[in-house]
Design a protein around this ligand. Structure first.
Ligand code: COI
Length: 376
């Protein structure tokens, strides 16, 4: 009886994520005859046209577990659709987290590097705790990312052309009608080759009506529920010709917080200031790395509330994020008042971008021990 129940449980368990294997075999067959050979060193795509958009790759990594249990062994499956209960926690109540990190080919194709993946694992753990979900251990997370990258190696862009973006997800996949944590969970990592998020400096519009995060909310974790609620403000800004929105703090409406998917910094002389990540701001891994790098360069870095008035006196402004890396802000507009900032080659943003990407791609020696080499 127990054996039958356990079997039924395991079967049910596997059925939460059932990739469509047959479809994927057909896809490979088509890919092969279309000249995109799955065993070639590089996938057959135009690497010069990469943008930050989805190009499906070959495999994804999947790991399942029950509520109040721990994740154990995961597996690679062909990338494809998954089966979800209509009453899964993630679909009904948004019980889910995302992560994002990049794998780069080193110069001369001398290996593959990840950048501080253990920090993504840690952030997922913190988010999982807030969202009442079990989470993979740091080791399981990093191993899953490595396996995803190795299995999709042919999709890692050539040096200088971009990176393989890995998107780990943690979601309540078990069914639940009542408002309560789901009974089953899935960790899944997929990947896509990506190019630049923005190709030119950004023009930001300050949003003073809709807010991204509230004190005590989930702004400080990578909950999936942090993203679609900003689409309305973002579409409005894009319709008016802006690149992105800049959110204010919900408590006072006076201080800047972050853009839709990136942290913000301002530069005044030798000082670099960024809003403190105190629960309503995402503690970005690029943000943390830029703070540490800037301090090593001799800048005085301050994490404190940044008022809109303070933005008036800034010489330079830039945004950071895994997807964005480091991108200069050309202007910020607040209620028809436009503030303009320095962009171009002589900026602090350029200097930090060069250093960060140099380390990430192995072009510059990694004195901080931030990169993790993947052995294929
Ligand atoms: C990242 O920078 O990796 C992010 O998660 C932003 C993303 C939502 C595009």
């Amino acid at each position: 009886m127990l054996a039958t129940t356990l079997f039924a449980r395991k079967w049910n368990h596997l059925s939460t994520i059932k990739p469509l294997f047959l479809f994927s075999k057909i896809k490979w067959f088509i890919a092969w005859f279309g000249g995109n050979h799955p065993k070639a060193e590089y996938a057959n795509i135009n690497w010069d046209e990469l943008r930050f958009s989805l190009t499906p790759t070959d495999y994804m990594y999947v790991m399942n577990c029950f509520k109040e249990e721990n994740f154990s062994k995961g597996f690679l499956a062909p990338f494809g659709s998954i089966e979800l209960s209509p009453s899964s926690g993630v679909l009904n109540y948004g019980q889910g987290l995302i992560e994002g990190l990049k794998a780069y080919r080193k110069e001369n194709d001398q290996g593959i590097l990840l950048f501080r993946p253990e920090l993504n694992a840690l952030r997922m753990k913190m988010g999982a705790d807030r969202m009442c979900m079990p989470s993979p251990t740091i080791e399981q997370f990093v191993n899953a990312v490595k396996e995803t990258v190795i299995a999709n190696k042919r999709w890692i862009p050539p040096p200088g052309k971009g990176a393989l973006y890995v998107r780990p997800l943690l979601m309540g996949t078990g069914p639940s009608l009542g408002v309560a944590p789901a009974p089953e969970y899935t960790f899944l990592a997929y990947s896509s080759p990506v190019g630049k998020y923005f190709k030119v400096p950004m023009n930001l519009l300050v949003e003073d009506n809709l807010f991204r995060a509230v004190p005590g909310g989930t702004g400080g974790i990578k909950s999936i529920t942090n993203y679609s609620p900003i689409y309305k403000a973002m579409s409005k800004a894009k319709t008016k010709g802006f690149s992105d929105i800049l959110f204010l703090d919900a408590a006072t409406g006076k201080n800047i917080e972050e853009a839709s998917a990136s942290n913000i910094f301002l530069v005044k002389g030798n000082s670099i200031i960024t809003p403190a990540a105190n629960g309503t701001i995402l503690p970005g891994i690029t943000r943390k790395s830029i703070i540490e790098m800037a301090m090593n360069f001799g800048y005085q870095v301050e994490e404190s509330p940044v008022s809109l008035e303070e933005m008036l006196g800034a010489e330079e402004v830039f945004c950071t994020g895994t997807a964005m890396v480091v991108n200069s802000v050309a202007s910020i507009t607040y209620r028809n008042k436009r503030m303009e900032y320095k962009t171009g080659e002589e900026t602090v943003a350029e200097k930090l971008y060069a250093m960060l990407t140099g380390v990430q791609t192995g072009r510059i020696e990694d004195k901080m021990g931030w990169t993790v080499e993947i052995n294929t």
